[in-house]
Design a protein around this ligand. Structure first.
Ligand SMILES: [Zn+2]
Ligand SMILES: [Zn+2]
Length: 314
């Protein structure tokens, strides 16, 4: 999605995507409202007062529903409002070992020449060759490793994963964890809703035949069940895909680049790869937050500097 606007009519397409994003926000809230009404107001809320085992089950469902709702909305607002990371004006890489200032200037000059012909996707990263400074001709600024130009946001985004219409924001170095938590909690919530509504969905056909139950409630239960099952199945694919990306320290954009590389230089091992996104403090893994220590100790969370496995071996 990040490269969406390299087509013939970039302006119209990008404006369209941004506009679509606002509709998506309304859609997210509409789905939450319909599910809330079906699961809590119609199906399980009234069971709380009936007593017995059913009340205990209703209490567990109502509690889990609200817990997941708080976590998913918190993660959602964090990914919508948190900047994925912009490239500082005039950014230059910190010199590392043999990567001297003189070499930098030569490589930069070479690379700008290439870049004017090949746009911003002329990186040699992952190919095992000497690193070069990448340059974005749109922003007229250097590009740190793993950053890409987003034509919807009209700027380069640090460790860009993709531009997400559901959150009207780019997903990058500084909000990728929030996006993953939103994905994960929404998946759990849709699974819970599907299971909680399943008995009512089966009963729906009986009620519809006997003309019992309010038609409005039956329609909301039916709609909510179908929506939740559909979202649960599609979110499962994304959860599996992003889990594999996180554990291999790859972004969605880098998948193709990684296939071409003999060895993926950012792969530090599963545990370290996970910590590059979630931080090393276990208490913070489940919340859209970072501890002070992680922000200090994990440079990847800032999006400008990324350790490679050769750094770890040294
Ligand atoms: Zn750019
Ligand atoms: Zn974007």
């Amino acid at each position: 999605m990040g490269d969406c606007c390299r087509d013939a009519q970039p302006f119209r397409l990008c404006s369209g995507l941004r506009f679509l994003g606002y509709i998506m926000i309304l859609l997210v809230f509409a789905i939450v409202a319909v599910s809330y009404y079906a699961v809590i107001v119609v199906a399980w809320g009234p069971q709380l007062l009936h007593g017995g085992l059913l009340s205990i089950l209703a209490f567990v469902i109502v509690l889990l529903f609200h817990l997941l709702l708080v976590l998913l909305l918190w993660s959602y607002f964090m990914v919508v409002f948190h900047d994925p990371g912009a490239v500082p004006v005039g950014w230059q890489p910190a010199s590392k070992g043999t990567y001297s200032a003189l070499e930098n200037s030569v490589i930069l000059a070479d690379h700008i020449a290439i870049d004017t012909r090949e746009s911003e996707f002329s990186s040699t990263e992952g190919s095992g060759r000497r690193p070069s400074i990448r340059y974005c001709s749109h922003c007229q600024n250097n590009k740190p490793p793993r950053s890409h130009h987003c034509s919807v946001c009209q700027r380069c985004v640090l460790k860009m994963d993709h531009h997400c219409v559901w959150v009207v924001n780019c997903v990058g170095a500084r909000n990728y964890k929030f996006f993953l938590l939103f994905l994960f909690y929404t998946f759990l919530e849709t699974v819970l809703d599907s299971l909680a509504l399943l008995p009512h969905f089966i009963k729906f056909f009986g009620d519809a035949r006997n003309h019992s139950g309010s038609p409005g409630n039956l329609a909301v239960t039916f709609l909510s069940f179908v929506l939740n099952v559909a979202f649960a199945l599609s979110l499962l694919c994304f959860v599996v895909m992003h889990t594999s990306l996180v554990l291999s320290n790859t972004t969605t954009i880098e998948v193709y680049e990684k296939k071409k590389a003999v060895e993926w230089k950012y792969d530090l091992g599963k545990r370290k790869n996970f910590e590059q996104v979630f931080g090393s403090n276990k208490l913070f893994w489940f919340f859209p937050l970072f501890s002070k220590n992680d922000l200090h100790d994990v440079p990847a969370l800032h999006g400008l500097d990324f350790p490679t496995h050769s750094d770890i071996e040294v």
